[in-house]
Design a protein around this ligand. Structure first.
Ligand code: FAD
Ligand code: 2HG
Ligand code: ZN
Length: 471
């Protein structure tokens, strides 16, 4: 270790104490590889501040010494945003010790939490106060609210409640130079100038460290009604979605699409799941209604799906009769990421489109991908109600890194070109990270990219925040 590095570590130790540093190679390794084991890097040290002041001191030291910093929450991200590069020069700033829920205010319908709080613990604290925090995703038992905000995470209830950005009122952020911005306003109306909060949401650790947030709570739903539907085409599911939005309004909370190939993959690779319907269908949907009152909810679901079945819009439906059956449906849906990891190497596309443009996208992309890669195994599923598809292509487990990289580049261009022509987005909810950094550069207009660069330059003039990611 160089004397400069020893000096840096001494200074960081004085900022966070010995308990706040991880220096041993083996202990650091857990922070240096992502959840998918797709990216591995090397850090000089892992720093784990216990509060905002310590975080500010760490950033002041890194700013002064031009030391690059990679912020990490639960390390469940899907785009390599929280993994350091291989230089060994980057500091990992892990937020997991900042895990206090500072306040729950049921009258203002808000909850104030530090950024290292696990999402499931926020949901539970809201529940205890007879309220509801609706952000929900497969990684909720290990991801942090800081990571959710930094990636503007989506998940399965965006259709009704919006993504992470729509669930936050105020933020506390440590800036790259160590100053603290206290934007912890618990207000639904605040037009005092530029919206700095929204700048940090979705900035993926490239502009500042989110240390705490004021989150919006909602009324706790006490009733839910859930169904699994089989259909011939994605067009039919989109017509069903439109009809259900008309009839069910705000009570429609989830409308998840799973193609036949995706369902087969889950059934093969996830333990203790079985097909909800007797027959296979090219497309499936998992649909959920919820409400603060029981009355009429199940009838509403049954009658709207009954009409769709009779009219031939869908081919099959099963409405859940018990909590166990509902959980079984969701276990299938949430098994998809694990199934892909077990079955192969996924080329992941996390795209958003106007919902009305999805059928043409799927038809066009299926043909184009199979032309580029004959026999491609397309794993198409996602949050149809939000226009967000995970249009993934699974390569064999034994694909070499070179073959995987070359096929990824080829398929990215094919899929993202079609998305771009349809005015869609190549990064809907997982973040850009290192996975889509070059794709972002390719598709952003000069003007938009220039604006982003100027913001980055003015907040982080020493370029220490998450270098190599997003921008
Ligand atoms: P990390 O992975 O640690 O970090 C993610 C990014 O945020 C990095 O760029 C990091 O530098 C930055 N960051 C982290 N904390 C901070 C902070 N305090 N301040 C500033 N920057 C910070 N995502 C969805 O949107 N929808 C889904 O349905 C969904 N399902 C998933 C299912 C599974 C099984 C898994 C493993 C992941 C899923 N994800 C999903 C990915 C999702 O983005 C993450 O799970 C989560 O939002 C990231 O939180 P994290 O704390 O793990 O962040
Ligand atoms: C989901 O919707 C997640 O399940 C993960 O966003 C998507 O594994 C994926 O590609
Ligand atoms: Zn998703």
């Amino acid at each position: 270790m160089s004397s400069n590095n020893l000096d840096l570590i001494d200074r960081l130790r004085s900022a966070v104490g010995a308990a706040g540093l991880v220096l041993e190679k083996e202990a650091k390794a857990a922070y240096e590889t992502d959840w998918l084991q797709k990216w591995t890097g090397l850090s000089s040290v892992v720093v784990r501040p216990a509060n905002t002041q310590e975080t500010a001191e760490v950033m002041r030291i890194c700013h002064e010494t031009h030391t690059p910093v990679v912020i990490q929450g639960g390390n469940t991200g899907m785009s390599g945003g929280a993994t350091p590069d291989t230089s060994g020069a980057q500091v990992i700033l892990s937020m997991v010790r900042m895990n206090a829920i500072r306040n729950v205010d049921p009258l203002n319908n808000t909850l104030t939490a530090e950024s290292g709080v696990i999402l499931a613990n926020i949901q539970a604290a809201a529940q205890e106060a007879n309220r509801y925090f609706p952000l929900s995703l497969g990684a909720e038992g290990s991801c942090t609210i800081g990571g959710n905000l930094a990636t503007n995470a989506g998940g399965i209830a965006v259709l009704r409640y919006g993504n992470a950005r729509e669930l936050v009122l105020g933020l506390e952020v440590v800036l790259p130079d160590g100053r603290i911005w206290n934007g912890m306003r618990a207000l639904r109306k605040d037009n005092t100038g530029y919206d700095l909060r929204d700048l940090f949401v979705g900035s993926e650790g490239t502009l500042g460290v989110i240390t705490a947030a004021v989150l919006k709570l909602h009324a706790k739903p006490i009733a839910r009604a859930t169904a699994w539907v089989g259909a011939e085409s994605v067009d039919a599911l989109i017509r069903l979605l439109a009809q259900m939005r008309e009839v069910c309004g705000e009570r429609l909370v989830a409308f998840e699409m799973i193609s036949e190939e995706s369902l087969d993959l889950i059934l093969e690779h996830v333990a203790d799941v079985r097909a909800p319907l007797a027959n296979s269908h090219p497309f499936n949907a998992l649909i959920e209604l919820s409400d603060t009152q029981e009355q009429g909810l199940a009838d509403l679901l049954e009658s709207s799906l009954g009409d769709a079945l009779e009219g031939g819009m869908i081919q099959d439906v099963v409405v859940s009769q018990t909590n166990g059956q509902t959980q079984a449906f969701w276990k299938i849906r949430e098994g998809i990421s694990q199934a892909q990891v077990r079955a192969g190497k996924a080329v992941k596309h996390d795209i958003a489109l106007p919902i009305s443009a999805i059928p043409a996208f799927v038809r066009g992309a299926d043909v184009a991908v199979r032309k580029a890669l004959p026999g491609a195994q397309i794993i198409n599923f996602g949050h149809l109600g939000d226009g967000n598809l995970h249009y993934n292509v699974l390569l064999p487990l034994d694909s070499s890194p070179e073959a995987y990289a070359a096929t990824t580049a080829k398929l990215n261009r094919v899929v993202h070109d079609i998305v771009s022509v349809a005015n869609g987005s190549i990064s809907a909810e997982h973040g850009v990270g290192q996975l889509r950094r070059d794709e972002l550069r390719h598709y952003k207009s000069e003007v938009e990219f220039d604006l982003m660069l100027r913001i980055k330059q003015s907040l982080d003039p020493n370029h220490i925040m998450n270098p190599g990611k997003l921008i």
